[in-house]
Design a protein around this ligand. Structure first.
Ligand SMILES: Nc1ncnc2c1ncn2[C@@H]1O[C@H](COP(=O)(O)OP(=O)(O)O)[C@@H](O)[C@H]1O
Ligand SMILES: Cc1cn([C@H]2C[C@H](O)[C@@H](COP(=O)(O)O)O2)c(=O)[nH]c1=O
Length: 217
């Protein structure tokens, strides 16, 4: 039986790396796949991992129809055994419905990868639909740590170094670099208290990180 599997976790937990590893492993066994992404950080239609791996992919925009695409591939004699769908949080919920139909009616495996929730802790529509429809939702076992040393679970957005809790849901960005808009993965406690690493450092210095300070812990 083909499967729709949603691999999720916060930013920087290895989703794109796993997507590329799955594609590699499957293709080593002669299976033919297609890679998709939407608004990758690189600005290119590609699946890119912070470990340095990258592969070209097909860009999914609002008008893209997975069902029509796969039917066209099959009816022109091409083989499709699986789809790898990165940055799936940005997909429309109708597109996730198309992915489920592909699994059920064409027996093609779909492996989707994406973050569950945004910087306000609200679900992305694409991720919500994946959780609703997937045969399995898997949370990646490894992930970034909050500055306090706890497991990082929640994505924070910073603008000019300040954590924000309002703004548009989509703003492509990274957890490293010096762009105005950045992300930082925090534990729930520090996300809720809006204590980023920079804020903790400014407030609590000169203690070394990770802090074990009563004030914030
Ligand atoms: N130089 C490095 N050496 C080892 N592992 C690294 C290095 N850089 C990044 N990583 C690993 O890659 C992970 C991020 O992978 P990536 O696929 O880009 O994440 P995601 O797609 O979930 O945002 C990090 O959590 C870390 O485990
Ligand atoms: C939390 C959050 C993230 N994004 C963007 C930022 C990145 O471009 C991607 C996540 O990429 P990753 O491969 O998982 O690191 O999503 C966003 O647009 N809005 C948000 O709230």
């Amino acid at each position: 039986m083909a499967e729709l599997v949603f691999h999720t976790g916060p930013m920087d937990c290895g989703k794109s790396t796993l997507a590329l590893q799955m594609d590699y492993t499957q293709s080593q066994h002669g299976r033919k796949g297609r890679l998709f992404t939407r608004q990758d950080r690189s600005g290119r239609p590609a699946v890119t991992s912070r470990l340095g791996l990258a592969r070209e992919a097909l860009e999914v925009d609002d008008s893209f129809d997975f069902w029509t695409f796969v039917i066209r591939e099959l009816t022109t004699g091409k083989r499709v055994d699986y789809l790898i769908c990165d940055e799936a949080q940005f997909y429309l919920s109708e597109q996730v419905d198309q992915l489920a139909r592909i699994v059920d009616e064409l027996q093609i495996d779909v492996y989707a990868f994406g973050i569950l929730s945004d910087f306000r802790t609200k679900l992305f529509p694409g991720s919500q639909r994946l959780v609703e429809l997937a045969d399995r939702t898997e949370t990646l076992p490894l992930g970034p740590l909050c500055w306090c040393g706890q497991k990082g679970t929640h994505n924070a957005r910073t603008i000019g170094g300040q954590m924000v809790t309002e703004g548009s849901q989509v703003a492509v960005g990274d957890t490293v670099g010096d762009d105005e808009i950045r992300y930082e993965v925090l534990c729930r406690l520090h996300h809720r208290r809006k204590v980023t690493k920079a804020k903790a450092k400014a407030t609590l210095s000169p203690d070394p990180l990770p802090f074990d300070n009563e004030d914030w812990a």
